[in-house]
Design a protein around this ligand. Structure first.
Ligand code: ACO
Length: 328
């Protein structure tokens, strides 16, 4: 009988652009206040990429760190997945650009468009390829330059987003690793968060630019309600097959959408708030990069120890969602 390989995260890295945009800076750009942003979202500041810094550039920096952390070289990677909704361009994929810039072999490389759940989906896909023995080492990157699709005159969205990249190297492990995966999507609610123009439905034109249709559009209040229920339900679905109770989870690494959403999820799950890892205050919502960077930061800060059970829990546009239990 074929024995499935146990798969774990064996290296992590992150990259944040140098420029920091504070709430006080935003007060000078739109009709908002530091107090409103902090109380409604938990965000104090976010990082913004340089105009000449593309998503692939940030992805490569995070990937280099993850490779070094894993003790591997670019040529050891067998598969590259980049989760992003802000690729450098429509095609070639950002993953192909990353493959070339890193100097990887001619291994499969592709992007996935899963919004904020992208990193979790990427881990789930890579897990399949490695556990089945097809590949040995995969690079999964969540990278976003959301500042490039943010309407800086819309106070309802521009205060929320930031830029960055996080990367993980997955490979075989002797014990623990990924023990449960749960993914889902609901396309009927796609209009709650989208970027309407530039695709085949509304190709770029003078009118789409004038109508600001190349920026993120969001129904924040509706998303808020769905996010809380979906993240709590996804956590339950991922932990149920393992008979895990909330108290058995050592740390939740959630997509950093909004502090109030995350506190409501903790309450719904019956988890104490200190079991929810937070870094939204420093970075805002970086879509697919958020959970990748949160995981890298949590490990760096010593919040995750060997043997801990951690839960990745994400929700995003699509709608999409995913939860993964990892024994560290
Ligand atoms: N500064 C000051 N006032 C503001 C701002 C701002 N930046 N933005 C909105 N307001 C105003 C509104 O105009 C409104 O004013 P009105 O009552 O006079 O009409 C008032 O504040 C309340 O607006 P709401 O949208 O109802 O505020 P809410 O409490 O819902 O908070 C927020 C808005 C923060 C966007 C919240 O709905 C939210 O976080 N939703 C989830 C968003 C999210 O998570 N998106 C991403 C998920 S998926 C992904 O990560 C890609």
């Amino acid at each position: 009988m074929c024995q499935e390989t146990k798969v774990g995260i064996i290296g992590l890295g992150s990259y944040l652009p140098k420029r920091v945009l504070t709430n006080q800076d935003l007060e000078k750009m739109v009709d908002t206040t530091d107090e409103w942003i902090v109380t409604r979202t938990g965000i104090h500041e976010r990082h913004i990429a340089r105009p000449d810094e593309a998503t692939s550039d940030m992805a490569v920096e995070a990937a280099k760190q993850a490779l070094a952390d894993a003790g591997l070289k670019a040529e050891d990677i067998d598969l590259i997945i980049v989760a992003t909704i802000t690729p450098d361009m429509f095609f070639p994929s950002t993953a192909c650009l990353v493959q070339h810039k890193l100097g990887c072999r001619h291994v499969p490389a592709f992007d996935i468009s899963v919004a904020c759940s992208g990193f979790v989906y990427g881990i789930a896909i890579a897990n399949q390829f490695i556990s089945s023995g097809v590949y040995r080492h995969a690079l999964v990157i969540g990278a976003e330059k959301l500042s490039s699709v943010t309407d800086w005159s819309d106070r309802g969205t521009c205060v929320l987003f930031g830029d960055g990249a996080g990367a993980a190297v997955l490979g075989p492990v002797n014990s623990g690793g990924i023990v449960s995966v749960y993914l889902g999507a609901d396309g009927s609610k796609g209009d709650l968060l989208n970027l309407p123009a530039g695709g085949s439905k509304l190709p770029a034109s003078k009118k789409t630019v004038e109508d600001k249709l190349h920026f993120i559009k969001m129904n924040g209040a509706e998303l808020f309600k769905h996010a809380v229920k979906i993240m709590a339900d996804a956590a339950l679905e991922a932990t149920k097959p393992l008979n895990l109770k909330a108290k058995d989870i050592d740390l939740v690494i959630p997509h950093q959408a909004n502090l109030r959403i995350l506190m409501a999820v903790a309450k719904r799950m019956g988890l104490s708030e200190d079991k929810i890892y937070l870094n939204i205050d420093k970075y805002g919502n970086m879509s697919a990069a958020s959970s990748a960077i949160a995981l890298a930061d949590a490990v760096k800060e010593g919040r995750i120890k060997k043997g801990n059970k951690i839960l990745l829990d994400a929700f995003g546009g699509g709608l999409t969602w995913g939860a993964i239990v990892i024994e560290w």
